[in-house]
Design a protein around this ligand. Structure first.
Ligand code: LLP
Length: 432
């Protein structure tokens, strides 16, 4: 479900013609729909309404202040993975008491900062980390709230680079060891065993691995609750979205085709998991990223050249792998549509960026309308792990971001001035 659709032959984000944003702000350009963010959050929130729950948006998926503010205003907490993310969330008005701190490599400085701010929980990934948090808490004369992350050894059946819940991964503590770890942690005086955490992977398109993992850990969570007085169980994030959604005109049709293709809806997710979770009597936390932000954003790019070789029709665009790395990194599929809808025959095309690497592509052999130099294309479902994974590779500026709300829009990140890219660099003294 989202609010990018054609009105006549023009692509709109909610009530705003994307072309008008391109005219004003140029390309490449990330555009986010506030209504889509809001509705996705609310859909999940409603689906979980039979449970005492808190949604902690995984801000690693999209950490623009305007996106965080949108979700914070709806009551969302945040799943953070660094001091930077905590500071950024707080800058957007987030309450640290609604933030959970994840990640396998929290530094001493990060733990101290998060403890002082009063995060809701540290989601701990190893015993040395438990010891470190306890030591820092003792020094600060504080009690640190912690949850230990279990690795349930369940195959999430997703891309190898984003699966996290098997013993091949660096994440969490093995299912068989976790009870003993809680027993040892209970002896550490400056820890409060507040919860239990699990996250098995990202972009899961079936409810089955979630259900399998929850069923597997339930008896364990029950025992840990009885023994240590746990308050919450975080079931992580990972809800997959539909990436190959052909764009119809009008959001109603969109939604029909989304529903037809969608394998994992919040309603299905909740229908299968809530009956298992409810009897626990624990507060349920969830850490969705992509489900909320993924389909809420697009990346708009302009065609610089059309290059026909004997074999291929290359559309060389002004966005590149440094702006959206998912196709290069995960062979991820993003739907590509023109800003001006065109009839006629489709041509098998490769959409590629200007960077000097063969991996710099957005699509290969994709049937696309006949488009030419100066036309613009939108890469859909780019709201999650898009801008946040951007880099300055090839000394390319980070692109601008715009938020749309109905007929209103605002630039929520200015295009980076090119000089800023090397502003922190210096010539070594012996080179002067
Ligand atoms: N909780 C934890 C502990 C996580 O590690 C993650 C994502 C999430 C929640 C949110 O997962 P989501 O609901 O967004 O699937 N860059 C990759 C995805 C990496 C996911 C990392 N962890 C991509 O572009 O597909």
């Amino acid at each position: 479900m989202h609010y990018f659709h054609y009105v006549g032959d023009k692509l709109y984000c909610e009530g705003v013609a994307v072309e008008s944003l391109v005219k004003k702000y140029g390309t490449p350009l990330y555009i986010y729909s506030q209504r889509t963010l809001t509705e996705h959050f609310q859909k999940l929130d409603r689906a979980l309404s039979s449970l005492d729950h808190l949604i902690c948006f995984a801000m690693k998926s999209n950490s623009n202040q305007a996106v965080l503010r949108t979700l914070g205003n709806l009551g969302s907490g945040f799943d953070i993975v660094s001091e930077g993310e905590l500071r950024r969330a707080m800058a957007a008005g987030a309450d640290p008491g609604k933030c959970v701190f994840a990640g396998v490599g929290k530094t001493e400085g990060e733990i101290e900062f998060a403890l002082k701010q009063g995060v809701y929980s540290f989601n701990v990934e190893s015993e040395p980390e438990l010891a470190r948090i306890n030591r820092i808490a003792a020094r600060l004369k504080k009690i640190a709230p912690v949850a230990v992350r279990v690795n349930p050894n369940v195959d999430a059946k997703t891309h190898a680079k984003i699966t996290t819940g098997t013993y091949e991964n660096k994440f969490g503590i093995a299912f068989e060891e976790i009870e003993a770890v809680y027993a040892r942690a209970a002896k550490l005086k400056n820890l409060r065993l507040r919860g239990f955490q699990m996250h098995i992977g990202s972009q899961l398109t079936s409810v089955q691995p979630f259900e399998q993992a929850v069923r597997k850990v339930l008896p364990l969570v029950q025992r840990l609750k009885a023994k240590h007085g746990l308050e919450f169980f975080s079931i992580g994030g990972g809800l997959g979205i539909v990436y190959d959604l052909a764009l119809e005109s009008g959001s109603a049709e969109w939604w029909q085709s989304a529903k037809a293709k969608s394998i994992l809806t919040p309603a299905l997710y909740a229908a299968r998991l809530a009956p298992l979770l409810k009897p626990l009597g624990l507060r349920i936390l969830m850490e969705p990223g992509r489900f909320i932000s993924g389909n809420a954003g697009i990346l708009v790019t302009r065609i610089e050249y059309v290059k026909r070789t004997g074999k291929k029709n290359f559309l060389i665009v002004d966005a590149a792998m440094n702006d959206l790395i998912r196709p290069a990194f995960y062979e991820a599929y993003h739907e590509i549509v023109p800003l001006r809808r065109k009839g006629g025959q489709l041509i098998s095309s490769d959409v590629v960026g200007p960077i000097c690497e063969s991996g710099d592509f957005f699509a290969k052999d994709r049937p696309l309308p006949r488009v030419g130099e100066g036309d613009c294309l939108a890469l859909l479902s780019a709201g999650a792990y898009g801008f946040v994974m951007a880099s300055n590779y090839n000394t390319r500026s980070l692109v601008a971001e715009v938020l749309v709300n109905g007929k209103k829009y605002a630039i929520v990140r200015e295009r980076q001035p090119v000089k800023e890219i090397w502003a922190g660099e210096k010539i070594a003294p012996w080179q002067k």
